[in-house]
Design a protein around this ligand. Structure first.
Ligand SMILES: Nc1ncnc2c1ncn2[C@@H]1O[C@H](COP(=O)(O)OP(=O)(O)O)[C@@H](O)[C@H]1O
Ligand SMILES: [Mg+2]
Length: 381
């Protein structure tokens, strides 16, 4: 990307800090030069092969009635950039997990799980599937909205049914992977067109990730993207759900089992999924009212080394910190290495290719084994 512009929106906003870089662009904090109000600005190089920023702006507009989504303030093209100006938000769930020494409390996990499920249900209610559900795409609000978990990044989102007729998109095979391999559903790995069930299955993997700090298909031996992608899929298929969810409340396993059983067009029973989360609370005598795990002071975490960071966080987790992180302006996006990070996004020019074992499993669960697809929009690492 060429060097960032000083201002955007015909000089209305001055770009200040860089907040993050995604697979498809860069995000900056900016300030309205007359009102001093802060916003987030997403930049996309106009020379990019597959522009998506305006499609994202359009989807965000279609979802504007929903709570806890960034509002589109302005979009347009200036010099060599497509530009989207939107609500500035706070830390991502991935950063919050880092600050919690990569293990969230059960209460914290259920709290964010309930929030995330509501966001996804809301988005689905507006005929849209997200297709890149992952911790980096859930951000805490700022100031008065610091108690909400926002869903962001609709760059890969898609309408799954016609707004007027309600007709569902057709079932397709041989699709290439769209989204992030770490959290992708089995059917997405298998090359099936995504629908509501796939967003929910990804949520199920995130719950495990928040509880355990990592998923079994992370950190596979370094290999080409193609092989790593296949390795993730095969490990995901090989890992039985009770093994994946070992030592966790059984409802996490039921959540994933339910998502994997859903049919392509089926309307998920969100109430059942919410009930599962409630059952975790009842069985473990926890309440999800009150402070969120993220209502700790992360600014200190940022200014120390990672070893010290962990020690401090452990100390913090036993004490009761009351400072809100949501107003922290000095935001530094953590870039974890691994299959879920945005940092080295890769477009993989291959579709899913299955091992014999994977094919057998897919057969048992009634899934079709597709042939390789084309033109992936995949965030592999
Ligand atoms: N509205 C926002 N406010 C604050 N930070 C944001 C905002 N949007 C994105 N970011 C930061 O930038 C990162 C990348 O943005 P995202 O929209 O997910 O881009 P990509 O499509 O490239 O993944 C996010 O994970 C988050 O850390
Ligand atoms: Mg993103």
């Amino acid at each position: 990307m060429a060097s960032k512009p000083e201002t955007v929106g015909q000089g209305r906003w001055s770009l200040t800090k860089r907040l993050g870089a995604g697979s498809f662009g860069e995000i900056f904090m900016a300030e309205d030069r007359s009102s001093s109000l802060k916003v987030a600005v997403k930049l996309e190089d106009t020379a990019t092969k597959s522009p998506q920023l305006f499609a994202e702006a359009k989807i965000l507009r279609s979802l504007r009635e929903l709570p806890a989504l960034p509002r589109v303030i302005w979009y347009g093209t200036e010099e060599s950039y497509n530009i989207l100006v939107m609500t500035l938000l706070g830390h991502s769930l991935e950063e919050i997990l880092n600050a919690a020494a990569r293990q969230m409390s059960l209460r914290g996990t259920v709290q964010v799980a309930e929030e995330m499920l509501l966001r996804v249900e809301d988005v689905h209610s507006k005929d849209v599937i997200h297709r890149d559900i992952k911790p980096e795409n859930f951000l805490v609000g700022r100031n008065t909205e610091a108690r909400s978990l926002f869903i962001i990044d609709f760059g890969l989102a898609k309408k799954y049914r016609d707004v007027r007729t309600g007709v569902h998109i057709p079932y397709k095979e041989e699709k290439s992977l769209t989204g992030t391999a770490r959290y992708a559903s089995l059917n997405t790995h298998l090359g099936l067109e995504q629908s509501r069930r796939d967003d929910l299955e990804a949520l199920g993997y995130i719950f495990i990730y928040l509880q355990k700090g990592k998923l079994p298909w992370q950190g596979l031996p370094k290999s080409s993207h193609k092989d790593q992608y296949r390795g993730i899929m095969e490990t995901k298929m090989r890992t039985a759900l009770p093994v994946l969810c070992k030592d966790l409340p059984p409802e996490f396993c039921s959540f994933l089992q339910y998502c994997r059983m859903l049919k392509f067009e089926e309307t998920p029973d969100y109430t059942y999924l919410k009930r599962l989360l409630k059952q975790i609370c009842i069985a473990n005598k926890i309440t999800t009212f009150g402070k969120f795990d993220w209502e700790v002071d992360l600014s200190e975490v940022r200014s120390c080394s990672s070893g010290e960071k962990k020690k401090r966080q452990r100390r913090k987790s036993v004490s009761t910190h009351r400072k809100s992180i949501a107003i922290a302006e000095n935001r530094k996006v953590s870039k974890t290495q691994g299959e879920g990070s945005n940092s080295t996004a890769t477009k993989v020019a291959m579709g899913p290719r299955l091992s014999q074992e994977a094919r057998a499993r897919a057969g048992r669960s009634g899934r079709v084994s597709p042939l390789p697809g084309k033109g992936s929009r995949c965030r592999l690492f």
